[in-house]
Design a protein around this ligand. Structure first.
Ligand code: UDP
Length: 483
């Protein structure tokens, strides 16, 4: 029998209950399990069904992942009983309740750690208290942000130097100080808890504070994508970090790509691929704004008309609640027969992006979507909405130069008060990207190179493969020294 120090390393993963966090953390957990690490994913009862089929399929291939449940206090905070995932949140009041419920997980999380005693906890940024709770048991806590080095560097600069403090208006540009590139932003593009420089939000502060004290950061990125920022994060900001992405590459075959990604697709995947097979290479635009429904009918109609006017074939995934009012222009679906494929609900995004007919992606710049697009070699039209998406847009359009901005100016979490993008602006962006001008071709070629770098990064000997090896070795050493 092995001694305690030599026993298998056990890592507990604790993702936020939101598809944009669950999906990459599950992919990450699988990468650890494939390297022989004992892995447990901690989640709530209603999020378990998103994970169970993945775990079941992996088990058939000899990869063992455990699931541990933690009760979500929806009713105690005044949320509906079935609300355990951020995709069900539709207004600011619900959001506050959701955040309150998340905070209430601290005590049960502590009890689980006491019982399980893993060797390491990879906990989402949304659980800043996880650093101290894990610390009580001498367990290293690694934070998972689900964003890029670039984004963390920009946010650090904004919190530290407050460049927006002396700016006259929300729309006046300022330069983000002390980062490797000259990046301009406006206050209106910042997450609301960063917008007021004199009062950086408490939540943001607690996340930052917890990050500074935790064992390190796990990044779904690869070194060659943003080397200057990987260096800046480690050297100038002094943080320990491991880049192990693209974690979506852990899904190898059709079934994994089709069925392992969050929800069940609202379209038959084979039908979707057949439709794409019938189109020319790089001719189709994929339009999808992540896992949270965020547009009102007026905006959806403008998108429909903008796409129609552009004349390019498209697949458009639209998440709407069933009871919402009609939103398609009259006769749209008939006119778009054969030209446009509407997915009413969850689309098999990774499968679509990887199809050679897809030549552009209209994205809200959630990091997973952005990174999946890069990993598939697809240039983007950027349409950021909330979270750190405006920062991701800067990475795409100003640093990597692999996308065209649709021109959104203002951060907004819910559809109320959201800036309306008119059909003309949409058509213009689509035409610029899809009509093979010189600039578009340069973007296509650049993102194609990044796709190849991404593939090399996760192969044996690649930078992400090596960093995952280094992290697992680091944790093994830590475990031995802790005995
Ligand atoms: N996604 C998908 N189909 C959809 C919508 C989203 O597969 O119809 C996946 C997408 O591939 C990505 C994740 O959901 O992995 C969304 O994460 P992202 O960070 O882009 O945005 P968020 O939903 O967190 O705003």
């Amino acid at each position: 029998m092995d001694s305690v120090a030599d026993a298998r390393l056990h890592v507990l993963f604790f993702p936020l209950m939101a598809q944009g966090h669950l999906i990459p953390i599950i992919d990450t957990a699988r990468l650890f399990a494939m390297r022989g690490v004992k892995v447990t994913i901690l989640t709530t009862p209603l999020n378990r069904p998103h994970i169970s089929p993945i775990v079941q399929r992996d088990r058939n291939f000899g990869v063992e992942i455990g699931i541990q449940q933690i009760r979500f206090p929806s009713v105690e905070v005044g949320l509906p009983e079935n609300c355990e995932n951020a995709s069900s949140i539709s207004d600011p009041e619900m959001l506050l309740k959701f955040l309150k419920a998340i905070n209430m997980l601290q005590q049960p999380f502590e009890e689980i750690l006491q019982e399980q005693r893993p060797d390491c906890v990879v906990a989402d940024m949304f659980f800043p208290w996880a650093t101290d709770v894990a610390g009580k048991f001498g367990i290293p806590r690694i934070v998972f942000h689900g964003s890029s080095f670039f984004s963390l560097c920009v946010q650090d600069s904004l919190s530290r130097y407050k460049p927006h403090a002396n700016i006259a208006s929300d729309l006046e540009a300022f330069v983000v100080p002390c980062i490797p590139d000259q990046i301009e932003m406006t206050s209106s593009q910042l997450p609301d808890d960063l917008q007021d420089p004199n009062n950086i939000g408490e939540f943001h502060k607690s996340i930052w504070n917890s990050d500074e004290r935790c064992y390190g950061t796990l990044m779904n990125s690869f070194y060659e994508l943003e080397p200057a920022y990987a260096e800046h994060y480690r050297k100038a900001m002094g943080r320990k970090a491991w880049h192990i992405g693209p974690v979506s590459f852990s899904n190898m075959d059709f079934t994994e790509k089709a069925q392992k990604r969050g929800n069940r697709a609202a379209i038959d995947e084979h039908e979707c691929l057949r439709w794409l097979d019938s189109k020319e290479p790089n001719s189709v635009l994929f339009v999808c704004f992540g896992s949270m429904p965020r547009f009102n009918s007026t905006q959806l109609r403008e998108i429909a008309m903008g796409l129609e006017d552009s004349g390019h074939p498209f697949i458009w995934a639209v998440l709407r609640k069933a009871e919402e009012e009609p939103w398609l222009p009259d006769g749209f679906e008939e006119r778009m027969e054969g030209k446009g494929l509407l997915v009413r609900g969850w689309a098999p995004q990774v499968l679509i992006l990887e199809h050679p007919s897809v030549g552009g992606f209209v994205t809200h710049c959630g990091w997973n979507s952005t990174f999946e697009s890069i990993s598939a070699g697809v240039p983007m039209i950027t349409w950021p909405l909330f979270a750190e998406q405006f920062i991701n847009e800067k990475l795409v359009t100003m640093v990597l130069k692999i996308g065209i901005a649709v021109g959104i100016k203002t951060w907004s979490l819910f559809s109320e008060g959201k800036e309306l993008v008119k059909r003309d602006a949409i058509t213009k962006a689509v035409t610029s990207l899809m009509d093979s001008g010189e600039e578009a071709e340069q973007m296509r070629s650049k993102v194609g190179e990044l796709k190849e770098s991404a593939r090399r990064a996760v192969e044996k000997g690649g930078s992400s493969y090596a960093d995952l090896t280094a992290l697992i070795e680091d944790l093994r050493l830590h475990k031995r020294s802790a005995v």
